[in-house]
Design a protein around this ligand. Structure first.
Ligand code: ADP
Ligand code: GLC
Length: 513
């Protein structure tokens, strides 16, 4: 099939979180399965830092943004390790900035306009570059307008809303005739990676979308008087997916629906949960160039300790093979429950001399708390307040226990990276964490299915109890610990199975009338 992915992030060009990993690994796997796939991204400043050649296509165009015509250009590159073409929508005033969505924690004021321009440009570029398309696969609020444009301006195979129709042929003669494209056969998929980030804007921004105000209603684009782009994607898409089966259920409840549970329940039949995979080439302890010592299931007990020692050295912590080393790689965000980690650190440092490595950036209050803990316990806590991919691999390989007590987690990738690196994840029972981790209990240890630790309640007390149990196993149940490491490392987290599920879904919606 011909699939066009539209996303605001794709690794290694632009990344703030797991969305980027998914939007490069999934297209690459679909291509391996025999599909034709291309990816659209904004041409952020960051794309030029990935060290991958980016060319111009020589294609310039204009799209309407409100009453203005905005100029854009399409650049092109390829996803590394694949043949998947990546098209970048260039307009430097919108995208050549310090951050992707914000700078110094403050959202860009024109985010709505930036992504309106991006989504409109995708349609224009597909027409101008003649990119084959049967499925438009959009991701998260930044691309919520893609299903909406397909269902409104581009319905019936006519590219409406171009400059001719908006301004009249005399004033703005069309650059070229619109070929009667196959938009009416194209279907849309909208994947929700996170319900909490919805792209809510003042209702005046509706004007900029070029979509008729008649769609500004509670069952389409309006949300308590505002324009809501996540809701827009949900209401217009032919199929909706989210990134784990458990999260697909959760978001239809009051606790996790972030006020859109009603809309989601209304579209329940169109929703499915497909578990993310991981890029098993990038995250392979046997070939990972960032590691001090490569390893596999045969050599893990000999070589993993070398990575632990290297990480302790790198972080300025005393080298000690028998000290439990726990840690985090994460965005510092309420979602991740890291305040609970900060709460319990003193207890484990003082009672067991445990060590902690925390890699991440985000919420200034959390950055401050972890920095303070590192200053208070210099031999036990290292706070690495930065975003660094090589280091994230070293942390995954060096830790004994990876902490991920998320309040909610649509899928989560780090628990899977941890398992593959023989580092046992300690997670909260929610979303994709519940789908990927089997918590250690006497029963799951005995039947050899345990591959991590499970906390249930999302409180500091509960986290402390679960970490206590994990450290108890580390200290006193060494054989079981080794077995859990092997069970975790042997899980197949590759994208193949999930990519196959997406391909099945594409085929099903192609058959829709
Ligand atoms: P989310 O997308 O909610 O942030 P995921 O677990 O799905 O959570 O994905 C997070 C991704 O971002 C992983 O690839 C993780 O390694 C990466 N990441 C997060 N923080 C950092 C950091 N400080 N340095 C390097 N990589 C990071
Ligand atoms: C989001 C979610 C995370 C998920 C990622 C990729 O950022 O927070 O759980 O793994 O998207 O789908």
């Amino acid at each position: 099939m011909n699939i066009v992915f539209v996303s605001s992030e794709a690794a290694p060009f632009a990344k703030t979180g797991g969305l980027a990993d998914v939007c490069s690994a999934l297209p690459a796997t679909l291509q391996q399965l025999g599909h034709q796939v291309s990816v659209f991204l904004p041409a952020y400043r960051q794309i030029y830092d990935a060290g991958i050649p980016i060319e111009t296509t020589g294609m310039g165009y204009c799209v309407p943004v409100g009453t203005r015509e905005v100029w854009g250009e399409i650049l092109k590159s390829t996803l590394p390790g694949s043949e998947v073409p990546v098209y970048f929508v260039r307009h430097d005033r919108y995208f050549f900035r310090e951050g992707l969505y914000n700078s110094n924690g403050v959202d860009y004021q024109d985010n709505c306009e930036r992504f309106i321009f991006f989504c409109r440009s995708v349609f224009r570029a597909i027409e101008l570059l003649n990119i084959p398309v049967e499925i438009l696969h959009a991701n998260d609020w930044q691309t919520g307008l893609v299903p909406a444009y397909l269902a409104t301006l581009y319905q019936n195979g006519r590219a409406l809303g171009n400059r001719t129709e908006l301004f009249g042929a005399e004033l703005y003669p069309p650059q070229e005739a619109q070929p009667n494209r196959f938009w009416n056969k194209v279907r849309s998929v909208f994947t929700i990676h996170n319900m909490r980030h919805q792209g809510r804007f003042m209702q005046q921004e509706m004007e900029l979308t070029g979509i008729d105000w008649k769609y500004f209603t509670f069952d389409k684009m309006e949300f308590y008087g505002q324009l809501n782009l996540l809701k827009t994607g949900i209401t217009f898409a032919d199929a909706i997916t989210t990134v784990s089966p458990e999260y697909a259920k959760e978001i239809q409840t009051d606790d996790f629906g972030e006020s859109l549970q009603g809309v989601l329940r209304y579209r329940s039949e169109a929703i499915s949960g497909i578990l993310n995979g991981i890029d098993t080439a990038e995250w392979n302890p046997e070939t990972d160039p960032a590691l001090a010592a490569a390893y596999n299931t045969e050599t893990v007990f000999e070589k993993k300790p070398l990575n632990k020692a290297a990480l302790q050295r790198e972080c300025g912590l005393p080298e000690s093979a028998d000290t439990p080393l726990l840690g985090v790689v994460s965005r510092f965000d309420w979602q991740k429950g890291l305040d609970l980690v900060a709460d319990v650190i003193p207890h484990f440092v003082e009672s067991r001399g445990a060590q902690f490595v925390i890699l991440g950036t985000g919420d200034p209050e959390l950055e401050r708390r972890f920095t303070e803990l590192a200053a208070r316990y210099p031999n036990n806590v290292a706070a690495l307040i930065k975003f660094n991919s090589a280091l994230s691999h070293q942390v995954e390989a060096g830790l004994d226990i990876f902490l991920m007590p998320s309040r909610y987690e649509p899928c989560g990738l780090n628990q899977m990276y941890s398992q593959r690196y023989g580092t046992l994840p300690l997670v909260r029972h929610t979303g994709g964490l519940a789908d990927t981790v089997v918590g250690a209990s006497d029963e799951t240890i005995a039947n050899r299915t345990a591959n991590g630790f499970m906390s249930h309640w999302g409180t500091s007390d509960d986290l402390q109890k679960t970490v206590d149990w994990a450290i108890h196993c580390y200290d006193h149940r060494k054989e079981d610990w080794r077995q859990m490491i092997l069970t975790a490392m042997k899980i197949d987290h590759s994208w193949r199975k999930s990519a196959g599920l997406y391909a099945d879904l594409y085929e099903r919606i192609q058959m829709l009338g």
